[in-house]
Design a protein around this ligand. Structure first.
Ligand code: AMP
Length: 679
C-alpha cells in the first residue's frame, strides 16, 4: 500500500533541512556515454554508471556484468554506438510467454531443467512469473537462443500441453540495437530470422477499425441497458432559475456543470424532498421512512435527478455527506428495472470499487440497511475470507462492493463475471489513485461493458482524477458539494498546539488524562510504526487503546474498529487509513499527533468528528518540521473562525522568507540548501 503510512519522511523541518547531497555523475546522451566506454546499469536499484576504465580490463568487453544478473541492461561495444558487430555474440534476450501451467515443465524440480537447458544451449534463461503466464527470457547469441528455444519447445511438446498464448518479442530495449537481426516465431514455435526493418509502417486506420469491430463483437450479445427512471415532479420542474440558484447555494454551495464537450444539456433542478426523486418508487420511499431521514443531503438533492436521468456523474463530495446513498438508491432502481430479470443476467449488475477495506465494509453496511426487492450484495476485499467470497459470488449476487486488488484476483481466475455489470461506481477515486490502484482498475474495466452508467465520487478534483474521469465516464455531469471548507470542518472547534517534537508524547498523555468519560478520540499518526509504538506505550501504562493501520491483519483491523464503534475502547490510534471512509458518529475528538501529509488529509481527519450535526473538537500538534503547511492551515482555521496561534503565523512567515531566499539563490546560481533555522 502506498499511503503515507509507509512513505512519510523521516527527517528535518518539513524535509527542508539540507541533506548531504550525493554527488551524481552528470547525465550524458547514450551515444556519447557509449563512446566514452560508460556502461549504464538500469536494473532495479541500480542507477549506477561504471566508468570505462573499470571494464577495460575485464575479460568480456562491452559488458560490465552479465545481462541476466538483474534485469535489463544496456550495453554497447566500446567506440561503437549500438554495439554493431557484437550482436551475434550478445543479442538482446529472446522473450516469449508461457502459460503458468507449463512453467513447471520448463523449470523442473528445484530448477533442474532450467540448469540442464542452460548447459545444453549455452544460454542463460530467466523466468519471470506473472498472474496468468510467465515471461521467459533467453540471453545469449542468436544461435544459442534458437537452440534454447527449440529445447523448450520440445519440452512443451513432450509434456502434451499447448502454449495457447505464445508470443515472441525481443526485449523492449531492442531499439538500441540498430541493424540487428530479430528473431520472431510462428505460433508453432519455430524460429524464423527476418531482417529488422524499423521503418515498417503501421496502418493505424485499419488497426482502429479492427479494434472497433472487435469491441463491437465483444459486447454484441448483451441486452440494451435501461437508464432513465426520472419523472420530474411539477413543483421541481416549475422552479425559477433564481430559486434553483438559491436552493443550490443554501445546500452547501452546490455547483454543477455538464462536462459534455458539444451541445450542453440542461442540468436537472435539485430536488427538495425525497418524494421529488422517488415518488414512483414506493419501496425506496419505504426504506427512507424506515431509517428516518428527514431531507436529502446536498449531494443527494442534486445527484439523484442527474443519475436517475441516466447520466454519468462525478460527485465531488466526502464521506459523511451522504454520498453512498446518492449512488445506492438510483442503483437499486437501475438494477431492478433492466429488461433481463436479475436472476437471468449471469452475474452482478452493480459494482462499487472502493480504495480501502474499511470503506468497502462501510458501503456494504450502508447497503444492507435497506432491503429492496431482494437485492443481494457482497463485499470483496483482500485479507477477507477468499473462499467464502468466491462461494458467495458464484451463488449469485446483485451488487459487488470491492477493493480493486481482490476483485482483480477473482476476475483473473474467472470466479466472477463482470460482463453483466451495467451500473459502476468508482468511490473515492482520488484515494484509489493515491493508493496506486489505477492498473487494477484498468484491468477490471476491460471486462465491464462500455455503455454502462458510471458514477465516480472523489473528495478532490486533481489532474489524475480528471484523467480517470475522461477515460471511464461518458459525457458526465459534475456536482461539487462545498469546497475544502466543508460544513463538517466548520462545525469542529480546531485547536492548534505548536510544540517541540520531543514533547508530543507527554502532551498526548496529558490530553488523555483530561478526557471525560463520554469522550471518544481518534489519534492520527503518520506511520504504522508510530501507531504500534504509541499503542503499546499506552497499553503498558494501563490505558485501553486500539490501533488501526495497514500492517495489521484484517481481522485485527475489523476488531479494532468494532471495539471503537461499540465504545469498548475510547481511543483509536490510526494512520490515514482511517481518515476517510470511517463513519463513527460519536467521535468527540480528533487528535493529530502527527500533522498529515497535506491539508486535504487534515480536512478529512477533522471531518471524522462533528458528524451528523454534533459538535466536535480537533487538536493538532504542529512542530517546526511542519512549517511547509503552516500557511494553508492558517487559511483553513481562518475560514472556520478558529483561533490562530502566533507561533503558527510566524512559522508561516519564516517559511515564506525561506522560500523567497531559495528562489533568489536559484536565480543567482548560488548553492542551495540553507537551513530553515537560519531563515
Ligand atoms: P456517507 O457520506 O455515505 O458515508 O454517509 C454518512 C452517513 O449519513 C451515513 O451513516 C448515512 O446513513 C447517513 N445519511 C445518508 N443520507 C442521509 C440523509 N439524507 N439524512 C441523514 N443522514 C443520512
Amino acid at each position: 500500500m502506498s499511503d503515507w503510512e509507509a512513505d512519510s519522511e523521516e527527517d528535518g523541518p518539513g524535509g527542508a533541512a539540507p541533506k548531504p547531497s550525493r554527488a551524481l555523475p552528470a547525465w550524458r546522451p547514450a551515444t556519447e556515454a557509449a563512446s566514452a566506454g560508460v556502461c549504464e546499469n538500469r536494473a532495479a536499484g541500480g542507477d549506477k554508471k561504471e566508468r570505462g576504465d573499470g571494464w577495460k580490463g575485464r575479460p568480456r568487453q562491452g559488458l560490465a556484468r552479465e545481462p541476466w544478473q538483474s534485469g535489463p541492461l544496456e550495453y554497447r561495444a566500446r567506440g561503437s554506438p549500438g554495439g554493431r558487430g557484437r550482436e551475434s555474440a550478445r543479442s538482446p534476450p529472446l522473450c516469449f510467454h508461457l502459460d503458468n501451467a507449463l512453467v513447471g515443465t520448463v523449470i523442473g524440480r528445484g530448477g533442474a531443467k532450467i540448469k540442464e537447458l542452460e548447459e545444453s544451449s549455452g544460454c542463460k534463461i530467466q523466468v519471470v512469473r506473472g498472474n496468468c503466464d510467465a515471461e521467459i527470457k533467453i540471453f545469449g547469441g542468436n544461435d544459442k537462443q534458437t537452440k534454447a528455444k527449440m529445447l523448450i519447445d520440445d519440452l512443451v511438446e513432450r509434456s502434451g500441453q499447448s502454449n495457447s498464448g505464445e508470443k515472441y518479442e525481443k526485449d523492449s530495449f531492442k531499439h538500441q540495437h540498430v541493424g540487428t537481426t530479430y528473431c520472431h516465431a510462428s505460433r508453432s514455435g519455430a524460429l524464423m530470422s527476418v531482417n529488422n526493418n524499423p521503418k515498417q509502417s503501421i496502418n493505424w486506420t485499419s488497426l482502429r477499425e479492427n479494434k472497433a469491430k472487435y469491441e463491437a463483437m465483444k459486447w454484441a450479445d448483451l441486452p440494451p441497458i435501461e437508464k432513465i427512471f426520472y419523472k420530474e415532479s411539477p413543483n421541481i420542474a416549475s422552479m425559477s432559475q433564481d430559486e434553483v440558484d438559491r436552493q443550490r447555494k443554501e445546500n452547501n454551495n452546490i455547483t454543477c456543470d455538464d462536462l459534455k464537450e458539444s451541445e450542453k444539456r440542461r442540468i436537472p433542478n435539485p430536488i427538495c424532498k425525497f418524494e421529488d426523486a422517488f415518488q414512483h418508487y414506493p419501496d425506496v420511499m419505504a426504506n427512507i421512512r424506515k431509517v428516518g431521514f428527514q431531507t436529502p443531503t446536498p449531494i443527494q438533492s442534486q445527484a439523484w435527478p442527474i443519475v436517475l436521468q441516466g447520466f454519468d456523474l462525478i460527485g465531488i463530495a466526502q464521506t459523511g455527506t451522504g454520498k453512498t446513498l446518492a449512488y445506492l438508491m438510483p442503483g437499486f432502481i437501475h438494477l431492478d428495472s433492466q429488461p433481463i430479470p436479475r436472476e437471468k443476467r449471469g452475474g452482478p449488475g452493480m459494482l462499487v470499487l472502493t480504495p480501502t477495506r474499511e470503506l468497502a465494509l462501510q458501503v456494504e453496511a450502508e447497503c444492507s440497511k435497506y432491503s429492496y426487492k431482494g437485492i443481494k450484495s457482497i463485499c470483496i476485499y483482500g485479507g477477507g475470507d477468499r473462499k467464502g467470497q468466491i462461494s458467495m459470488v458464484t451463488k449469485g449476487v446483485d451488487i459487488v462492493i470491492a477493493t480493486p486488488g481482490r476483485l482483480n484476483d477473482l476476475q483473473m481466475n474467472n470466479f466472477i463475471n463482470l460482463r453483466s455489470i451495467t451500473y459502476l461506481v468508482l468511490d473515492e477515486a482520488d484515494r484509489m489513485l493515491d493508493m496506486g490502484f489505477e492498473p487494477q482498475i484498468m484491468k477490471i474495466l476491460l471486462d465491464v461493458r462500455p455503455d454502462r452508467q458510471t458514477i465516480m465520487t472523489s473528495a478532490t478534483w486533481p489532474d489524475g482524477v480528471r484523467r480517470l474521469a475522461k477515460s471511464y465516464l461518458k459525457d458526465p455531469m459534475i456536482v461539487y458539494v462545498g469546497t475544502l471548507d466543508l460544513a463538517a470542518v466548520n462545525t469542529v472547534e480546531q485547536k492548534v498546539v505548536v510544540i517541540p517534537e520531543e514533547e508530543k508524547r507527554a502532551f498526548t498523555r496529558y490530553f488523555i488524562d483530561t478526557m471525560k468519560s463520554e469522550d471518544k478520540v481518534i489519534i492520527f499518526v503518520g506511520k504504522k510504526l508510530t501507531a504500534d509504538d504509541l499503542s503499546s506505550d499506552f497499553g503498558l501504562q494501563g490505558i485501553p487503546v486500539q490501533s488501526l493501520h495497514g500492517n495489521r491483519e484484517q481481522c485485527d483491523r475489523e476488531q479494532a474498529l468494532e471495539d471503537f464503534k461499540k465504545g469498548r475502547v475510547r481511543i483509536l490510534i490510526a494512520t490515514d487509513l482511517a481518515s476517510r471512509g470511517l463513519d463513527v458518529q460519536d467521535i468527540t475528538h480528533v487528535f493529530n499527533f502527527d500533522f498529515p501529509r497535506n491539508i486535504e488529509e487534515y480536512v478529512h481527519r477533522v471531518g471524522r468528528t462533528g458528524r451528523a450535526g454534533r459538535s466536535g473538537e480537533a487538536v493538532t500538534l504542529v512542530t517546526r518540521n511542519d512549517w511547509r503547511i503552516a500557511s494553508e492551515l492558517i487559511e483553513i482555521l481562518a475560514r472556520g473562525n478558529q483561533v490562530i496561534p502566533e507561533e503558527l503565523i510566524s512559522m508561516a512567515e519564516r517559511y515564506k522568507q525561506f522560500q523567497l531566499k531559495k528562489e533568489m539563490e536559484k536565480d543567482c546560481g548560488k548553492p542551495r540548501g540553507r537551513s530553515w533555522k537560519n531563515a
